[in-house]
Design a protein around this ligand. Structure first.
Ligand SMILES: Cc1cc2nc3c(=O)[nH]c(=O)nc-3n(C[C@H](O)[C@H](O)[C@H](O)COP(=O)(O)OP(=O)(O)OC[C@H]3O[C@@H](n4cnc5c(N)ncnc54)[C@H](O)[C@@H]3O)c2cc1C
Length: 440
């Protein structure tokens, strides 16, 4: 979105800056509705109570599950190393004991912003004083011949994961389409469960879009070392089989036999409800730093929200756990009329085999990558720089440094690149240090 468009949609918020008479009604008589009962929605409900809201909280989700976290679905839960209950956002009984009206397995089909009401499964639902949309994202579907064959899986929900756990239990051969985070983590877990795994990826290396070629190659090497067959620079043309998938044909003409397929080709924010209600949409629901949408008293958080980021001075939509964890509560405080400016740096983590990492920041405009430690050793920190300022950092098998990485990003200071590379210089010593000596 260009600067003019940003100003135009941000001016849509002007009308709702001041509370009106209705908003000043006693909180205890108000109803706050949250659509989407996953991490962002459930944490928002928790925060409302923590902050003393004593009105009605309605939390509605379309999955037949108590709110749960998704990271274990490519990791320990998928590998059958942890019980289902461990995926839950809250302890059993939490929603009852906090008087949160949680309804699962129902779909909110419309929002009526004029009537301040939602529709549930096509019927009039509760009226709201404030509404939070936390509808998340859904997997992008691959529309190619054979897409409807049995045995082609996507991985977003516990139900998806349960089906894949059964497949992993049966063993055999899986083709993974897409070497993004979901595909790469699934491939690692499938290898750990002993399956034959082939990954097909159109880019030159896994994870190239986020990490670039060199770091993508690092992950590619890790997968190969664990026995994954990697087919890069090739797409998928067709799923082949009679009823069930039995092979995948690449656009290089190769036919790869398999027992099932997992497709991980990105996600799409679930904006339909907000869009039909008239909210401003652009790669997600547009929200300001208070997480308010362009509709009066309607907020959005988590994967679905494309939020104005005060630090980066641009809209950013983050599809990661930590963002849902923190943005949900921030939206709740904003719904309560508190002064919120959500400016946490984007953060995520990934575990594949013995490679654990954390990433902070936003590297899309980087012009240089600097390493502290060697990729070949499997433990290092990568820094993305722009004009010699750190804008993102990823620590791989190096721990307790993420706060320092974030401090460096927040400092916006020109960095001494030699010192940044030097493993003997504590990172925190670099924060606040002017560049000085380094002329690289
Ligand atoms: C398999 C997997 C592994 C992941 N691993 C990691 C990881 O290692 N690290 C990391 O940082 N991030 C990871 N993520 C990303 C992280 O889980 C997401 O960023 C997070 O779940 C987003 O939370 P959310 O609440 O915004 O949205 P979601 O989790 O998508 O939840 C939205 C909920 O709203 C429901 N909903 C949508 N529309 C409606 C409607 N109209 N009516 C009622 N309900 C509705 C949806 O069904 C869903 O339950 C992973 C994601 C997946 C899928």
């Amino acid at each position: 979105m260009d600067a003019g468009a940003v100003l135009a949609w941000r001016s849509l918020f002007a009308e709702q800056e001041k509370p009106n008479g209705e908003r000043q009604r006693e909180m205890s008589k108000q109803t706050f509705v949250i659509v989407g009962a996953s991490l962002a929605g459930a944490k928002a409900a928790e925060e409302l109570r923590k902050e003393g809201f004593d009105g009605r909280i309605v939390l509605i989700g379309d999955e037949p599950e108590l709110p749960y976290e998704r990271p274990p679905l490519t990791k320990d839960y998928l590998r059958d190393e942890t019980p289902r209950a461990k995926t839950r956002v809250h302890e059993p009984g939490f929603y009852e004991s906090h008087q949160i009206d949680l309804t699962t397995a129902v779909t909110v089909t419309a929002i009526d912003p004029a009537g301040r009401r939602i529709l549930v499964d096509g019927e009039p639902g509760p009226a709201y004083d404030r509404l939070l949309i936390a509808t998340g994202a859904e997997p992008r579907q691959l529309e190619i011949p054979g897409a409807a064959l049995e045995g082609i899986h996507y991985l977003r929900t516990l139900a998806d994961c349960d089906a894949l756990r059964e497949r992993l239990g049966a063993g055999g051969k899986v083709v993974v389409v897409g070497a993004g985070w979901i595909g790469a983590e699934f491939a690692a877990s499938a290898r750990q469960r002993g399956l034959d795994v082939t990954v097909i990826e159109p880019a030159a290396v896994p994870l190239e879009r986020v990490l670039g070629k060199e770091l993508g190659a690092f992950y590619g090497d890790a997968h190969r070392a664990h026995g994954v067959e990697l087919r890069t620079q090739t797409g998928v043309e067709e799923f082949e089989g009679q009823g069930s998938v039995t092979s995948v044909r690449t656009n290089g003409g190769e036919s790869i036999a398999c027992d099932f397929v997992v497709v991980g080709v990105g996600v799409i924010p679930r904006t339909g409800l907000a869009q039909t209600a008239g909210a401003a949409i652009d790669n997600g629901i547009l929200v300001d730093e208070r997480l308010a949408t362009s509709l009066p008293d309607v907020f959005a958080a988590g994967d679905v929200a494309n939020a104005w980021h005060p630090f980066f001075a641009r809209q950013i939509r983050v599809e990661h756990w930590s963002n849902a964890l923190n943005q949900g509560p921030a939206a709740a405080r904003s719904m309560l009329g508190q002064d919120v400016s959500y400016d946490r740096l984007p953060y995520f983590f990934s575990d594949q085999y013995d490679v654990g990492m954390e990433y902070s920041g936003h590297a899309s405009e980087s012009d240089e990558i600097v390493y502290r430690g060697a990729l070949a050793d499997g433990a290092f920190i990568a820094f993305w720089l722009k004009d010699r300022r750190v804008i993102a950092g990823m620590n791989v098998n190096v721990w307790d440094v993420n706060d320092d990485v974030q401090a460096l990003i927040r400092s916006r200071q020109e960095i001494n690149v030699a010192a940044l590379r030097d493993e003997d210089t504590p990172l925190r010593d670099l924060v606040g240090q002017p560049d000085g000596v380094d002329d690289e």
